[in-house]
Design a protein around this ligand. Structure first.
Ligand code: FPP
Length: 271
């Protein structure tokens, strides 16, 4: 009981409630190399449970605090004029967690979406949910479809939220779609190429991922965007997701600017 009360109180320790979309000349962006920003950033928001443990509260308090962090990172991405931000909110493997935690997360997604819907729309965000959406509670699915519909004509950052998502599952679904089209005679097997596979994924219409950020110390992809991250740079930090500030995000942008991306070729001075 005490842990529950503390959990509510401590959630506000993470993030800032008053954070606004930073302007181009904001001190936060002072050392940014605007010509070397990634266009599509993907984030594995890890460490919510550990954050809760560190603060002697429930794991779920970490998830609640993580919503505030996500809001601020999205605003930073808008300020940086990134093309897309894709975040891993719930994997196909996360169903293995205790039922209470799964239910908490589903409710958190529902409530957060309901609460933030108008502000996201005002910020010109194009929200899109990726993953097996039809496997989620119906009320949540409805809220997701409403949000996508409301923001479908927006032109700002593409904000992709992966829920009940697995990269292998996404590829299997894409292969099935293509196989069905072949069987129906709509396409020939020879017509199957990288573009067709890409267009059959949940992220169709997005640029390839340039940068994957993972918080909380683990260094793995955990079945996230397996195809899309083929040539992505990776940035790992020990900071737990609820403590991942806009400054931390900007640090990742700076690290990205210093990477030498060759895409399998040679860099200029080796040619
Ligand atoms: C991983 O931390 C985090 C999750 C499984 C949930 C992420 C969800 C949020 C940040 C909320 C986002 C909200 C919306 C509306 C999309 P973990 O629980 O695996 O942490 P641990 O590794 O320390 O146990």
């Amino acid at each position: 009981m005490i842990k529950k009360i503390l959990s509510k109180a401590v959630t506000s320790l993470a993030g800032r409630d008053d954070f606004e979309i930073p302007e181009h000349d904001s001190p936060l962006f002072a050392e940014i190399d605007w010509d070397k920003l990634p266009r599509h950033v993907a984030v594995i928001m890890d460490g919510n449970g550990r954050w809760g443990k560190e603060h002697s509260v429930l794991r779920t308090a970490g998830h609640s605090a993580g919503v505030g962090t996500l809001k601020n990172i999205l605003k930073t991405a808008i300020g940086l004029k990134l093309d897309a931000l894709t975040v891993y909110a719930f994997s196909t493997e996360n169903w293995k967690r205790p039922e209470t935690e799964v239910n908490f997360l589903m409710n958190l997604f529902y409530e957060s979406l309901k609460k933030e819907l108008q502000e996201l729309h005002e910020d010109n965000v194009q929200i899109h949910f990726i993953g097996r959406i039809d496997g989620l509670p119906e009320s949540l699915q409805k809220q997701m479809h409403e949000a996508e519909d409301l923001m479908k004509n927006n032109t700002g950052v593409k904000f992709n939220v992966a829920v009940n998502y697995g990269g292998q599952d996404e590829l299997v679904r894409a292969v099935k779609k293509i196989a069905a089209d072949v069987q129906a005679g709509k396409i020939s097997p020879e017509a199957i190429d990288e573009t067709l596979v890409e267009n059959s994924l949940d992220t169709c219409g997005n640029l390839p991922v340039d940068l994957v950020i993972r918080t909380s110390g683990d260094m793995r992809l955990s079945n996230f965007l397996l195809w899309q991250a083929a040539y992505a740079e990776f940035y790992f930090t020990d900071v737990n997701w609820p403590d991942f500030s806009p400054e931390c995000f900007v640090d990742a942008m700076k690290a990205f600017a210093n990477r030498d991306r060759r895409f399998g070729g040679l860099n200029d001075n080796k040619k």
